[in-house]
Design a protein around this ligand. Sequence first.
Ligand SMILES: NC(=O)c1ccc[n+]([C@@H]2O[C@H](COP(=O)([O-])OP(=O)(O)OC[C@H]3O[C@@H](n4cnc5c(N)ncnc54)[C@H](O)[C@@H]3O)[C@@H](O)[C@H]2O)c1
Length: 328
Amino acid sequence: MTWLITGGAGYIGAHVARAMTEAGERVAVLDDLSSGVAGRLPREVPLVRGSVLDRAVLDRAFAELGVTGVVHLAAKKQVGESVEKPLLYYRENVHGLTVLLEAVVDAGVGSFVFSSSAAVYGMPDVDLVTEETPCLPINPYGETKLAGEWLVRATGAAHGISTACLRYFNVAGAARPELADTGVFNIIPMMFDRITRGERPRIFGTDYDTPDGSCVRDYIHIEDLATAHLAAARRLAERPGAGDLTLNVGTGHGVSVREMADLIGAVTGRTDLTAETGPRRPGDPARVVASGERIAKELGWRARHDVRSMVTSAWEGWCLHHPEARRG
Ligand SMILES: NC(=O)c1ccc[n+]([C@@H]2O[C@H](COP(=O)([O-])OP(=O)(O)OC[C@H]3O[C@@H](n4cnc5c(N)ncnc54)[C@H](O)[C@@H]3O)[C@@H](O)[C@H]2O)c1
């Protein structure tokens, strides 16, 4: 098998490329480097610089590299930006996927892993989110991921391609500091950012129906997420034409924003900066925690890392890019 990882120079893609390479899989990456960094990739992994929207680049890459499976991570991922620029999100995430799938079909590629998101569920009102929980996305980003799943499943069924749609919950951490996420788009880097500026972390909403009143989320360590891709890719390769696997990738364990603020204070040594509280933000569900039953049953996969190791490794990565953070 040769796997082409689209978006493989990104935060998650680079971890997936590394995990698959270390496990002995042959891997190449296609990335337009719009937010990716070539230096994140292991030296032995070839990088094709180009967009999934460019059919000629895809055809050439498939033919020259002898691609037999695709792990598709290339996408735009910022919820707020997707509200401001829905057309950009539909073009990159949905049209880009259509172009890629056409190339996949024509090249006779047999396995396709798709990077989906818990954003497909929207505001789920359940204790544990299963794959049967209704998908009701509340922003264009989530819509593009749900439409992407439909495209992937329909194409797989029509053309005998084994597919997996992996719905990631809240991803954090880094295998090595240089592989860390550099964006400030979710709670962990947002709290790091405030601490670095000597400000107190902020909790949005303290009157939710949760044990401590703050929102509860399911945080998954990036290294666990990477091994989930490896397990899914191998399963698809073992069972060609076996249909689709749609799986949550989470831990089944909820952590509240307040607990996260306390943990971040402890890990960064800034327990003096106790969290300040503010009003709820629109569109924040009270609790989003995955049921991990299906992925455990289907792939024998379970998360191995705890939240502290996730925050510690994310902080190491943050300090590499923001050396002033250590001075606190
Ligand atoms: N980070 C998260 O918390 C999270 C959660 C759920 C789902 N996801 C999904 O995981 C995937 C990867 O996310 P990430 O956090 O690594 O983001 P990222 O921005 O670090 O990585 C995306 C990569 O795709 C590349 N890319 C973007 N558009 C492209 C195009 N048209 N052609 C080729 N390459 C292109 C970028 O250069 C980058 O390397 C995305 O599909 C995202 O929607 C991420």
